[in-house]
Design a protein around this ligand. Structure first.
Ligand code: AMP
Ligand code: ZN
Length: 138
């Protein structure tokens, strides 16, 4: 399914031009319009899935293999020192375009970016309870 009101459906389908890095039947890899660093790419599914909760598992398997290839190509051609793979689900998690996409972000010594979180603290009893709760639903 694709959605004509969804900008990433339209980009993935080629209706809106983009800086395309790669394309196949399932995916289009484009450069982010507001890159965190030079070469910041987005892997878009051609089918519309809003987020990780909706995406087809077979598609997801192929997607992560493609992400590895894209990261390798960045390392080889851009000589980045590292790569962040980021994927946001839901507004609270920073998702702004509600069509599944994976960020592949090359990292350089002088890129000035901080991608991460403020480390918190943990309590062993709570950790055990949380692990049991999440694991019990798998
Ligand atoms: P997220 O916040 O994870 O939903 O990421 C959305 C990303 O899409 C942001 O990094 C935007 O800069 C990027 N973006 C939004 N519109 C476009 C567009 N038309 N072409 C390329 N990247 C876009
Ligand atoms: Zn879409």
């Amino acid at each position: 399914m694709t959605d004509t009101n969804c900008i990433f459906c339209r980009i993935a389908g080629g209706d809106i031009p983009s800086s395309t890095v790669y394309e196949d039947e399932q995916f289009r890899v484009i450069l982010d319009l507001s890159p965190a660093a030079k070469g910041h790419a987005l892997i878009l599914t051609k089918q519309h899935y809003a987020n990780i909760f909706e995406i087809d598992e077979e598609v997801l398997r192929d997607l992560i293999v493609l992400a590895k290839k894209v990261a390798g190509a960045m390392k080889e051609t851009l000589h980045c020192e590292g790569v962040n793979i980021v994927q946001n689900n839901g507004e609270r998690a920073g998702q702004t375009v509600f069509h599944f996409h994976l960020h592949v972000i090359p990292r350089y010594a002088d890129d000035g970016q901080q991608i991460g979180w403020k480390p918190g603290t943990s309590d062993p009893d709570e950790q055990a309870e949380l692990a049991k709760k999440i694991g019990g639903a798998l």
